[in-house]
Design a protein around this ligand. Structure first.
Ligand SMILES: *Cc1c(COP(=O)(O)O)cnc(C)c1O
Length: 377
């Protein structure tokens, strides 16, 4: 790179959110090392109680990752062979994966063309007599119409589970993601809005019995504090103590970081060409947290290359809808045109706290210039 070339803008940069907690994490880790309690302990229970507070639920149960959080919820709800779970086709693979791991069948639903999220009519259409639950995904950090989805779920007597892995701190009508369904599942993968220094996840719920079951199942089905009493078929999916320290330190900064994302998203929204590079829409009731900043462009792959040539990193979330992936194609029962088209058009632009407004201006100007002229590199 020559001296007068503008600096690179990566798709994701964890520098700021890491440095902000460095001292606090090192202090907390020293305490963990001094205690020699590397599994469980006060750091985990303290994080769980803070996270339940954030989600306005009675309980939070730390897990090893977000996929396990979903999988444990489905198993604890008693889902298994013969049961169907409605899953929007436009999601990260883990939503469908967790359903299959629990022994149930995903039933794929299409998504709204503006928000790319599940809608009440699409849920209604996907429900069959075998449907036991729906996994509502707050994809990209934005929320669908939760009260209306809950009404449909209740009318059909099915459980609503929230996949809130991209929506830490998001809310609908002032009520936090994770508090609407029977349970919510979160991932703390490093790049998420609340990210660990490795893998981690959590289930939130206000159902005391479900919480107790999942708490037991994440720890080999142990009950009653006994080390050798295994009452349930469990697994090992505990939240690492060292990760709980990181998450607790970051959580006190989450709302500030989410506000920074909102400012950046509003800047993108004000600048981007609404015809050739429209943003994925957010519903008025949703106060989203913009985990990803997704636009739709016809010549997506060419635009990616052009931006890369200018040092701008991008991502695609997601190029292949779940019902088109080898392990899940057998569960598909028809084309899902909106999700399939989205797979060809979605492009995720740089988005993270610490990204500067001036950088957003540069990215938006380059996108506009490229798509309007069809001037792909
Ligand atoms: C990240 C993610 C998951 C899975 O979380 P892991 O911690 O990576 O297992 C599930 N669902 C969605 C929508 C995600 O973005």
């Amino acid at each position: 790179m020559s001296l007068d070339e503008p600096p690179q803008i990566p798709f994701l940069d964890l520098t700021d959110v890491t440095e902000a907690v460095r001292e606090e994490v090192l202090t907390g880790w020293t305490r963990v090392m001094d205690s020699r309690a590397f599994v469980g302990g006060r750091a985990v229970s303290q994080f769980e109680s803070h996270f339940a507070n954030l989600c306005a639920t009675k309980e939070a149960i730390g897990t090893a990752n977000g996929t396990d959080a979903l999988h444990l919820v489905f198993r604890a709800l008693g889902l298994g062979p013969g049961d169907e779970v409605v899953v929007p086709a436009n999601t990260f693979v883990a939503t469908a994966e967790a359903v299959v791991l629990a022994g149930a069948r995903p039933r794929f639903a299409d998504v709204d063309p503006e928000t790319l999220l599940l809608t009440p009519p699409l849920l209604e259409e996907a429900i069959t007599p075998r449907t036991r639950a729906v996994a509502v995904v707050h994809l990209y950090g934005q929320m669908p119409d939760m009260p209306a989805l809950l009404t449909v779920a209740e009318r059909h007597g099915i459980d609503l589970v929230e996949d809130a892995a991209q929506a830490h701190g998001a809310s609908w009508g002032g009520r936090p993601a994770g508090s609407f369904g029977v349970a919510g599942a979160f991932s703390f993968y490093p790049g998420k809005n609340l990210g660990a220094f490795g893998d981690a996840g959590a289930v939130v719920t206000s159902d005391a019995q479900l919480a107790e079951k999942i708490r037991s199942m994440r720890d080999h089905g142990r009950v009653g504090g006994g080390h050798h009493e295994h009452a349930l078929l469990g697994t090992n999916s505990r939240l690492d103590t060292v990760q709980a320290v990181v998450l607790d330190a970051k959580m006190s900064r989450l709302h500030r970081w989410n506000s920074a994302r909102r400012v950046l998203a509003a800047t993108y929204g004000a600048l981007l060409d609404p015809v050739h590079a429209p943003l994925v829409a957010e519903l008025p009731g949703s106060k989203g947290v913009h985990h990803l900043l997704v636009v739709r462009v016809a010549e997506r792959d060419q635009l990616r290359l052009s931006l890369a040539a200018h040092g701008i990193g991008t991502g695609v979330h997601y190029p292949t809808p779940c019902h088109r992936m080898a392990p899940y194609a057998g569960y598909a029962d028809g084309p899902l045109p909106v999700a399939e088209r989205a797979g060809r058009e979605v492009l995720s632009l740089p988005m993270y706290p610490g990204l500067r407004v001036s950088e957003v201006e540069r990215v938006a100007a380059l996108v506009n210039e490229t798509v309007a002229r069809g001037a792909f590199a």
